[in-house]
Design a protein around this ligand. Structure first.
Ligand SMILES: Nc1ncnc2c1ncn2[C@@H]1O[C@H](COP(=O)(O)OP(=O)(O)OP(=O)(O)O)[C@@H](O)[C@H]1O
Ligand SMILES: [Mg+2]
Length: 266
């Protein structure tokens, strides 16, 4: 009899290595990476620039081959659900499509009829205050709005996992805070499984159930921190003494890695 009660992780990475072939020989980008992300968990990844964060995320997304090891995304019971959707730092939305057409694009690709997909897209635009801009083109809206469009486009797809690589990285500080709060709200409603890369340790601690700290290149996992801050979280969470404690504890190690990465580049 199967007495297993722990559900399979949504994302399972085992002994993952990635080596790029470059003009100056092989470059080890990711080394012996092992990570389980539970269904409905929000995992943030931080590490010095060039440590292999994007490489790992792209491998999870299937956009990059794995040199050795394995990455699996466990499908849920729902049929025809895409395995993942990715949100990048650059607003990867089609300039020739309107806001609502962009949000509905993934559903269109899956053959969902126009009426239904526009209805889904409209309800997502509503949730992020963009309903009025449904028929605008990307060049007619601000950077913050464009990134909202990218995010809800990924969510409208209803993927098994949401993969985000510095999604708020290009935004000004105030817009970033607003979008962090929006992301928190949406995530707390949807409980999507999220893998989230950020250069901001504050953002990682604010959003994540766990924070994965990667080493300087080649990227290995140095430490995984459980962030026990209460939910729902908001910008106010950043003023809690525990928030400062988590940030200080992780920064201690992260800053050492950032210094090490810089030394390596000399
Ligand atoms: N297509 C590629 N070909 C060769 N080397 C690559 C390629 N993509 C990334 N690299 C190298 O692999 C390493 C990891 O890169 P990656 O982009 O994953 O880092 P990162 O942690 O996302 O950095 P950042 O924080 O600056 O975005 C770097 O040394 C980079 O130069
Ligand atoms: Mg990157």
């Amino acid at each position: 009899m199967n007495t297993e009660t722990t559900p399979a992780p949504k994302i399972r990475a085992r002994a993952v290595y990635k080596t790029y072939d470059t003009a100056s020989g092989p470059t080890a980008a990711v080394q012996d990476f092992n990570l389980d992300v539970a269904d409905g968990e929000f995992v943030a990844i931080v590490g010095p620039s060039g440590c292999g964060k994007s490489t790992f995320l792209r491998m999870v997304a299937g956009l990059e081959g794995i040199s050795s090891g394995s990455i699996t995304i466990t499908p849920g019971p729902e049929k025809d659900r895409p395995s993942n959707s990715v949100v990048f730092q650059e607003y990867a939305i089609f300039p020739w499509k309107t806001v609502i057409e962009n949000v509905a694009f993934g559903l269109q690709m899956r053959g969902i009829p126009a009426r239904e997909r526009l209805e889904v897209a409209r309800s997502w635009l509503d949730r992020v205050g963009l309903a009025k801009f449904a028929d605008y083109y990307p060049h007619q809206i601000s950077g913050g709005m464009k990134q909202r469009v990218s995010i809800v486009r990924a969510l409208a797809n209803d993927p098994e996992v949401l993969l985000m690589d510095e999604p708020l990285g290009a935004l000004d500080a105030q817009t970033r805070v607003v979008l962090q709060e929006e992301l928190l709200r949406i995530w707390e409603e949807t409980r999507k499984t999220v893998l989230y890369i950020t250069h901001s340790l504050e953002e990682a601690v604010l959003l994540g159930d766990r924070v994965v700290l990667m080493s300087a290149q080649p990227g290995r996992i140095l430490e995984i921190y459980d962030i026990g801050l209460p939910r729902p979280r908001s910008f106010g969470t950043t003023t809690l003494p525990e928030f400062a404690e988590y940030r200080a504890m992780i920064w201690d190690k992260l800053s050492a890695e950032v210094t090490r990465a810089m030394e390596m580049q000399k």
